[in-house]
Write a protein that binds this ligand. Structure first.
Ligand code: KMH
Ligand code: ZN
Length: 273
């Protein structure tokens, strides 16, 4: 099996300090959380831009500050969000692609997202994919329902995506596929040959999905975006603490963690910003 790529999703767009005081908001706080997660074993950090008060923004100037602040600390891969927050327009979400980051998320379908709807119109998805090709950005395809894998294959047939690609199975969003092994296994079984995948379990599904991914030969995403608890009743001190546990479990199960450069090789990232 390949080395395990751990992605740290350090803040997201929805979780606020009122829920977890460890959620980073400013570019410096996000970069420090990224560096700490990297030191704990993460090869990729998935980041969302926030304003000073913590509200989500897709302002590309803020993303540029985050990317620079991370690069000043370590060589971890920065994967920016083009998902943003529920309710944002596709236009505001996509502006960050123009920074030509190493990686960006690409959501390929719509899904109920808790009390809201995460809307991804097919025409917008095609534009996001096209822009990522233009700017040489490696996409991570976000899959909230197994049928979204077929949507990605359709994009590839239209020449908007290169296969094999890298997928992120998000399990446990209320409205999406549940955080259970049978759902993860089905999503994996739907993949075209040669694709790589990460499992991101939400809430209490985070740790079990990460362990399933370690054993099945996938990769794992943890962090405060998806889950703020270390264990029942105890908040995680940081995303790094969640990364450190998965890295330790992976080693116990016979998989070493990938460095950022090893992850670049596995995911076909050839260009450093
Ligand atoms: N905040 C969610 C609505 C992504 O980063 O690309 C979407 C999201 C996915 O977090
Ligand atoms: Zn995200």
């Amino acid at each position: 099996m390949d080395r395990l790529i751990i992605t740290a999703a350090v803040n997201g767009a929805e979780v606020m300090r009122a829920q977890s005081p460890a959620v980073p908001y400013t570019p410096d706080e996000i970069a420090q959380a990224a560096a700490d997660a990297h030191a704990a074993g993460a090869a990729i950090v998935h980041v969302h831009a926030r304003r000073e008060d913590g509200t989500p923004t897709q302002d590309k100037a803020v993303y540029a500050r985050i990317i620079d602040a991370v690069a000043a600390r370590c060589d971890v891969i920065v994967q920016v969000s083009t998902g943003g927050a529920v309710g944002m327009s596709a236009q505001e979400r996509s502006a960050v692609i123009e920074l030509a980051p190493e990686m960006a998320t690409l959501s390929v379908g719509s899904v109920n997202f808790g009390d809201g709807v995460f809307v991804n119109h097919p025409a917008d998805v095609a534009r996001f994919a096209q822009r990522m090709q233009e700017y040489g950005v490696v996409p991570e395809i976000e899959v909230f329902e197994a049928g979204m894998v077929a949507a990605a294959v359709r994009l590839a047939r239209e020449g908007l995506l290169r296969l094999p690609a890298h997928f992120d199975f998000v399990l446990g969003v209320p409205g999406g596929m549940p955080g259970e092994l049978r759902h993860l296994q089905h999503a994996v079984d739907c993949l075209p040959p040669g694709c790589t995948w990460t499992a991101a379990g939400v809430g209490r599904a985070q740790l079990p999905m990460a362990v399933c991914a370690i054993v099945l030969g996938g990769h794992a995403r943890v962090g405060l975006e998806d889950n703020i608890y270390y264990q029942r009743g105890r908040l995680a001190a940081s995303s790094a603490e969640l990364v450190e546990r998965v890295a330790r479990l992976a080693r116990e199960l016979g998989r070493e963690t990938a460095t950022p450069d090893e992850a670049r090789a596995l995911l076909g990232i050839s260009r450093r910003p």
